[in-house]
Ligand binder design. Sequence first.
Ligand SMILES: *[C@@H]1O[C@H](CO)[C@@H](O)[C@H](O)[C@H]1NC(C)=O
Ligand SMILES: *[C@@H]1O[C@H](CO)[C@@H](O)[C@H](O)[C@H]1NC(C)=O
Length: 570
Amino acid sequence: MTPSRPLILRICRPLWGLACLLAGGGEYHGTEWWVEGLKSGTDPENPEYWGYPRDNDQRMVEMCPLGFALAVAPVFWDSMSEKERENVETWLGNSINEKNMPNTNWLWFRVFANLGLKKNGGKFSQERLDSDIEHLNTFYRGDGWSNDGPEGIHQMDYYSSSFAIHFLQLLYAKLAGEEDPERAAEFKHRAQQVALDLVHYYDEEGRSIPFGRSVGYRFAMVSFWGALAYADVELPAPLTWGMVKGIVMRHLRWWQTQHAMWNSSGVLSIGYSYPNMYMAENYNSPGSPYWACLAFICLAVPPEHPFWTSEEEDHWSQIPKTKALKHPGHIMSAYAYSVPPGLFTLEQYALASQLGLSDDGGEYWKTRRLSEYSGLEERDGNPVLVSIWKPFPDVTVKTTLVPPTETAPNWHLRIHRIEAGREVMTADGAFAICNENSKDGRYLDLYDAELYEGTSPKIIGNYDLNTPAGWATGKDGAFAVSKGAVGIKALEDSIERSANLVNADPNSNLVENRTTIPTLQHTIKSGESVWYVSAIYAKPPGEGVPRSAYLEGWNSPPEIPAWLKAEISS
Ligand SMILES: *[C@@H]1O[C@H](CO)[C@@H](O)[C@H](O)[C@H]1NC(C)=O
Ligand SMILES: *[C@@H]1O[C@H](CO)[C@@H](O)[C@H](O)[C@H]1NC(C)=O
């Protein structure tokens, strides 16, 4: 049944969009194709049959949109003969209820499989449905936040909110609210709390922070907000429906500016802002990006709802500039992360926004994987993120991240206290930024103050580490200006680091396929302990941000805070 796997995704994932449209009273001339697709996919005698899922099977995921569609769009069940309904009951109900499922958000998919059957008077298991929700509730950590997994797991990315848990809690509250008012009320209450944290993920341009797993689901990132309206959650102040609408609409509009994300047939590719096979994960097929259709939950919201009748409003002027998100433990930025496309040298490691260490002269690099400790702490009444990690058994790094302040709004501090039991090279990367100049699309040239474009120091190119023009002192730092500006400076006095531009290998970054990363480099001798105080500059482009403003704050980095001076000298 090899061909059935992509096919099931191509049918079930867009169903999120179609079901939402139908639920909101919309019409689509192709609905019949999906009805037929569902009939064929669940009919063991049909060549397009999807096959029964095994334990922990990807097909279980697709049962969620199917269950939701059955629950909200009567056309599916109504169009089926007795036999076809039995097929659906068997495929959607029996098969999933008897199988093992991963101990994650996936359990919600079984809830929706059962709920869809229940809504149509089909055979389902109330027992399973209840025990799954009870178990999912053990993922709850407080203040609205759930982990994507049981005690001992810490995974709080979009699966905790828009891709799965909050989204599905809200859909459940809407669809099962009458018979299960207590849980519905609890899920809505969680959404109210978490909304005030999640609102920090979305900026003026409509971008959301790209982080965590499965970011190839793209605009699914905004689905939490449409689900708030669908479940008719009472918004916590200062949020208004105009702001919620603004978040959703700006986000959808921003994706429309990412022209390279479609392939030439107009189909969403695997990737983020452009097709990128490095981002493919084990479970991906050509249909998987269509989980993005979760965003269309807003179409299920009736036209008279204030989500639709309000004017779009901004949210960023109404919320604090920085907020410590206690549960996920976040400090956020507009620039996307990079992942290594290979395992030799800095160019392949693409150390965007992270410290790497090498004990073999720069061939292999190690970065953070697990932290021995991580937590939000306070310094002088402000939140900082502290973590302790060991890239090598005899090298300990304590990293402290200090968010931007009112006086230095485009800077954050990344402080590393490193105790090295062996000699290590270090490279501390700012953010990755587009490395194409506007004249001919080649690498950025030395900074041109009239064009407001280029880098400092000069990009010498990979494999040439010996040309002096490619290096600056750590104090002067390195920056790059193209789509906005990013840079890094060393604030510490005790040691001399050097600054250069690392041209990352293509396709290492989510948003830009060719990037450069301003980087500070140094070597720590065996037995030495050092303090690095890196100031990282980031000024993203945006409407109302002229090019002349990109580097505006570069010459005024933040001071080393008094609490840090005290820590360093003690
Ligand atoms: C980068 O993306 C652009 C636009 O999609 C494409 O034309 C170009 O070939 C890509 N370059 C690389 C190195 O992947
Ligand atoms: C675009 O992607 C779809 C899904 O993988 C595929 O069927 C189609 O052939 C692709 N189009 C092109 C021009 O590559």
